[in-house]
Design a protein around this ligand. Structure first.
Ligand SMILES: O=C[C@H](O)COP(=O)(O)O
Length: 254
């Protein structure tokens, strides 16, 4: 089935109000690429400012707590993201799984909480270099997906339209190393099978993004791979100059 390409920038811990100009440039290009969904996941501090400054564009958070409110110093909840004007959030990025010791169970709870609150969700999964070199990438990432996939009420409301997977090999993030198209095809195909097993036919509608050193020079090749429905882009999403060509590459493949 035809799935719209989805290109999402993850600004990680970058971005202050002076960067709104870049966001405006990205939003303008996105408006001209009407066959592609484009969004930016910003630092929480910048979301409301961006929403006020740039209209008609989707903004998201980079993480969300599984509870709506409470004694969780430094955390942001789904209702807070919605209140700031966000419409989506990333959960389970490998930098949080590693840096904040997030488990698959926590990631699943975050995804279910966000979907239940009405946010779109991008759930990240991916293997380390050690796992890839040991020949266990497929089994490890499939197990990660099975354990962190949202179920229950929130998922029922969110699958498939509001939910996407981002396959991000950890060794490809910020390194300039990109997985081969053969490896991407093999992984995305395996993930598709898992999604169909979990959600039935609706699993065919969940978009699977690739992430890890996506740039203007490799985006077209990656977007042409079967079951690659877009990209989660880090470094190359920080400026319109680098991100817009990636959006255009997605639009030209459709
Ligand atoms: O969330 C984005 C990914 O971690 C990819 O980052 P990168 O494009 O800088 O490699």
């Amino acid at each position: 089935m035809a799935r719209r390409k989805y290109v999402v920038g993850n600004w990680k811990m970058h971005g202050v109000s002076a960067d709104i100009l870049e966001i405006s440039g990205i939003a303008s290009a996105a408006a001209e690429s009407s066959n592609v969904d484009v969004a930016l996941c910003l630092p929480a501090t910048l979301i409301e400012r961006a929403v006020r400054s740039v209209s008609g564009f989707s903004f998201g958070g980079q993480d969300v707590h599984q509870e709506a409110k409470g004694a969780h110093t430094g955390c942001v909840s789904a209702p807070m993201l919605l209140d700031a004007g966000a419409s989506l959030t990333i959960v389970g990025h490998s930098e949080r799984r590693a840096g904040q010791c997030e488990t698959d169970q926590q990631v699943r709870a975050k995804a279910e909480s966000a979907l239940g609150a009405g946010l779109d969700v991008i759930l990240c999964i991916g293997e380390s270099l050690e796992v890839r070199e040991a020949g266990q990438a497929l089994s490890t990432v499939q197990a990660q997906l099975d354990a962190s996939l949202p179920h229950g009420e929130g998922a029922a409301a969110g699958v498939p339209a509001k939910f996407a997977i981002a396959y991000e090999p950890m060794w490809a993030i910020g390194t300039g190393k990109v997985a081969s198209t053969a490896d991407i095809r093999e992984m995305h195909s395996a993930l598709r099978e898992r999604l169909v097993a979990a959600y039935g036919d609706a699993g065919n509608e969940v978009r699977i993004l690739y992430g890890g050193s996506v740039s203007a020079s490799n985006a077209s090749e990656i977007f042409a791979v079967d079951d690659v429905d877009g990209a989660l882009v880090g470094g190359a999403s920080l400026t319109a100059e680098k991100f817009v060509p990636i959006v255009i590459a997605a639009a030209s493949i459709g």
